[in-house]
Ligand binder design. Structure first.
Ligand code: ADP
Ligand code: PAZ
Ligand code: K
Length: 260
C-alpha cells in the first residue's frame, strides 16, 4: 500500500494505492487558506482509518511549498511513516523551462503519470491537458518537458460568471451546440466548448511550431466531461498526477532499500 498526496492551489487530494499502484480510495479536501500545524492538518484531512495503515509510505507533490511542512508532519504521524517529498529532480524528466524551478511539480507528475499509464508514449511527443482548477497543457518530447500553457479552469470560470450574472450555481451540462440559445447554453458553449476548442487550437499551433504531431492525453476532474467534445484521438485518465507520483515514490523507496 502507498498513499500519494497532491497539494494543489485549491484542492488537496489523497489517494490510497494497492501494491500494483491501482487507486483503492481517493478523497479530496479544500486547500486551507493558511499554513496549518500538523494537528490542524490531521483534523482538516479527516482521513478514514484505512489511510492510517502501519508502514504505508506517503508520496507528496505540492504546488504550495509554504504549506508542505505541516502536511508532511501530519502524515508522518507518531508512527513515523516514510514520507517521499518529490522535487524537480525526482521524475526522470529533463526540464527545458525557464527557470526549471518554476515549472509546477503537478505538471511533472502528470507527465510521468501519462508514461506510466500509457507505456506506448515512452520516447514519443505528447501533450498532457489537465482539466482541473486550471486548464494546463504540458508538452513532453521524449524525456524532456518543454512547457505549454496555463489558463483558468472550467469550474472557476463558471463560478465567476454565475456570481456576476446572479445565476446561482451553473449546472455542469454538456454543451449540445456551439450556438447557445439560452443563457445556460451560451455559458456552456462559451466556457466548456470554448475551453476545449481553445486547447485543440493551441495543441495544433504547438504541433506546427515543433514540426511534430503529438498524442493528446486528458487528465483532471473535467477530463471525462470534455472527452466527448474532443475532435482528435486522445487518451484519458483522470488521475495521472497520483499515478506518476506513485511510480516515482515507489522507485525512491526501492533505491532506499538498496534494490536498484
Ligand atoms: N466528479 C467530480 N469530482 C470532483 N471534481 C469534479 C468532478 N467533476 C468535475 N469536477 C471538477 O474538477 C475540478 C477539479 O479538478 P482536479 O483535477 O481534481 O483538481 P485540481 O486541478 O484542483 O487538482 C473542480 O473544479 C471540480 O468542479
Ligand atoms: C498552474 C498550477 C497552479 C495548476 O494547478 P491546479 O490549480 O490546476 O491544481 C500549477 O501547475 C503550478 O503551480 N504551476 C507553476 C507555474 C508553472 O508551471 O509555470
Ligand atoms: K490540475
Amino acid at each position: 500500500m502507498m498513499i500519494t498526496v497532491k497539494l494543489g492551489v485549491s484542492r488537496v487530494s489523497v489517494a490510497l494505492h494497492d501494491a500494483s499502484g491501482r487507486i483503492r480510495s481517493l478523497l479530496v479536501r479544500k486547500t486551507p487558506r493558511k499554513a496549518l500545524s500538523p494537528a490542524e492538518w490531521k483534523n482538516h484531512l479527516a482521513l478514514p482509518p484505512v489511510f492510517w495503515e502501519k508502514d504505508c509510505p506517503v508520496g507528496i507533490v505540492s504546488v504550495v511549498p509554504a504549506f508542505t511542512a505541516g502536511l508532511e508532519k501530519a502524515l508522518s504521524g507518531p508512527e513515523k511513516r516514510r514520507i517521499v517529498l518529490l522535487d524537480r529532480s525526482s521524475w526522470g524528466l529533463k526540464i527545458l523551462y525557464t527557470p526549471p524551478s518554476s515549472l509546477g511539480l503537478d505538471r511533472l507528475a502528470a507527465s510521468r503519470g501519462a508514461m506510466e499509464r500509457f507505456p506506448d508514449l515512452e520516447g514519443r511527443t505528447y501533450v498532457v491537458a489537465d482539466f482541473g482548477t486550471h486548464t494546463v497543457l504540458t508538452v513532453v518530447d521524449g524525456r524532456s518537458v518543454l512547457g505549454g500553457s496555463i489558463a483558468l479552469g472550467i469550474g472557476p470560470q463558471l463560478e465567476t460568471i454565475s456570481q456576476r450574472l446572479v445565476l446561482g450555481k451553473v449546472p455542469l451540462t454538456f454543451p449540445k451546440k456551439p450556438l447557445g440559445e439560452t443563457t445556460l447554453e451560451s455559458l456552456t458553449s462559451g466556457v466548456i466548448l470554448g475551453t476545449v476548442r481553445g486547447v485543440e487550437g493551441l495543441v495544433g499551433e504547438m504541433e506546427e511550431s515543433l514540426g511534430k504531431r503529438m498524442m493528446l492525453v486528458l487528465t483532471g476532474g473535467f477530463a471525462r466531461y470534455v472527452r466527448p467534445l474532443i475532435q482528435r484521438e486522445c487518451y484519458v485518465d483522470r488521475h495521472l498526477i497520483h499515478r506518476g507520483t506513485w511510480r516515482v515514490a515507489q522507485e525512491a523507496g526501492q533505491k532506499d532499500k538498496g534494490q536498484v
